[in-house]
Each structure stands twice: as structure tokens, then as C-alpha cells.
Design a protein around this ligand. Structure first.
Ligand SMILES: NC(=O)c1ccc[n+]([C@@H]2O[C@H](COP(=O)([O-])OP(=O)(O)OC[C@H]3O[C@@H](n4cnc5c(N)ncnc54)[C@H](OP(=O)(O)O)[C@@H]3O)[C@@H](O)[C@H]2O)c1
Length: 179
């Protein structure tokens, strides 16, 4: 996402969407978030969405036109079906769609929209990358416990049972490329 891009997060009040709103805002995007109830729309607004729309009963095409008269740059589709197809009707040529595998039904392919289906990957590297992307440093629990141990014992002491009798170069931190 680029600064100033107009994005729709469709199904934004759920687990993935509530994080996606905050991430998109951090990246400088303008967010039109859809939910399926008044409470959901209030929730997505509290999370930072610039505009909320009822994705089940509302007129998403008209709302998107007001939100971005030149067209939507990107959609994150977290709910499939007709409501997602209506969101895609508002995307400018050359715009993008990302959706996690599992939404049902899957969106129909459109020539003018770059489409990226994805599967979430949860791992140490991914969370560290996410941490950097949101401006913090996400530390793995391994790294945290090694550091905590080290600060208790003093920086020169072996950092764990595994490195007693070894020099620092062969410590777990060094082996992991963390020092
Ligand atoms: N492949 C992967 O790695 C992966 C990973 C994570 C998630 N997923 C998939 O991604 C999808 C989203 O996951 P999630 O955890 O965020 O699900 P979720 O928590 O159920 O969120 C979906 C949200 O969409 C709302 N909604 C339903 N119909 C709507 C409509 N027509 N317009 C606007 N909002 C609508 C729901 O609100 P109400 O409940 O009030 O209707 C709900 O808050 C799921 O299909 C899941 O299987 C895939």
C-alpha cells in the first residue's frame, strides 16, 4: 500500500479486518471499511477507518464513488460473494485485490484487476517483519528469554546453560546471528 491510496477493506469488523484497518492507516492509506451492522460500522470507525459502509444492505458502489471519485486503488476481500463483486466494480483499471484463501465464494477473475490470493504464514520471521513494518521491533520469545537471562547474569556471563564453558562467539545469540 502506498501513502494516500484509497482502499476498501471488505468485512473489516472481523479478526483479520480489524488489524488490517490499523495497518492500512499506519501505511497512510485512506480506508473505506465495510461491516454488516451498525455496531460493526461503529467499531471500524473507532479503529481508524475514514468511512464505514454497510456491506450487506448498503449501496457500496455509491459510497465508494463518494469516497474515491476516481476509483478505488485496492480491495482486501475478507468476505466473498455478491457484496465483494460490488466492491470490485468500484476498482479503477490497474487496481488490486488481495484475499485470503477460504473466503467463499472466491471472487471472479477480472482482467483489469491484479488479484493476489494468499495464505497467512505465522512464524518468528513474519512477526519480526510485521513488527518492523509497524515501526516497532517484534522480538521472538527465544530472543527475549535469552536477553532476559543475560541481563540477570551480567553481559559477560554465559547466557544460558548451553553456553557454559563456551566463548561468546559460540553462544546461541551468535549462532543465531543476533549479535
Ligand atoms: N487462508 C488463510 O491463511 C486465512 C487466514 C485468515 C482468515 N482467512 C479467511 O479470511 C476470512 C476472514 O477471516 P476473519 O477471521 O477476519 O473472519 P471474521 O472474524 O468472521 O470476519 C468477517 C467479518 O465480516 C463481516 N461481514 C460478513 N458479511 C459481510 C458483508 N456482506 N459486508 C461487510 N461485512 C460483512 C462479519 O460481520 P458479522 O459477523 O457481524 O456478519 C465479520 O465481522 C475468512 O473466510 C477466513 O476463513 C484465511
Amino acid at each position: 500500500m502506498k501513502d494516500g491510496e484509497n482502499v476498501i477493506i471488505h468485512g473489516a469488523s472481523g479478526g483479520v479486518g480489524s488489524l488490517a484497518i490499523q495497518f492500512a492507516k499506519l501505511r497512510g492509506a485512506r480506508v473505506l471499511a465495510t461491516a454488516s451492522s451498525a455496531a460493526g460500522m461503529e467499531f471500524v470507525t473507532e479503529l481508524g477507518a475514514d468511512m464505514a459502509a454497510d456491506g450487506r444492505h448498503g449501496d457500496i458502489v455509491a459510497t465508494a464513488k463518494t469516497f474515491a471519485p476516481d476509483g478505488i486503488d485496492a480491495v482486501l476481500g475478507l468476505v466473498g460473494g455478491d457484496s465483494l463483486e460490488r466492491c470490485l466494480d468500484t476498482v479503477r483499471p490497474g487496481g488490486r485485490l488481495a484475499y485470503p484463501n477460504g473466503i467463499d465464494p472466491e471472487p471472479k477473475k477480472r482482467r483489469s484487476i491484479e488479484t493476489v490470493p494468499y495464505d497467512a504464514v505465522a512464524g518468528v520471521k513474519e512477526f519480526e517483519r510485521l513488527g518492523r513494518a509497524v515501526g516497532g521491533e517484534a522480538e521472538s520469545s527465544d530472543r527475549r528469554s535469552i536477553r532476559a537471562h543475560r541481563s540477570r547474569e551480567g553481559a559477560r556471563a554465559p547466557c544460558c546453560r548451553g553456553c557454559v564453558g563456551q566463548d561468546r562467539a559460540s553462544s546461541p545469540l551468535a549462532r543465531a546471528g543476533m549479535e
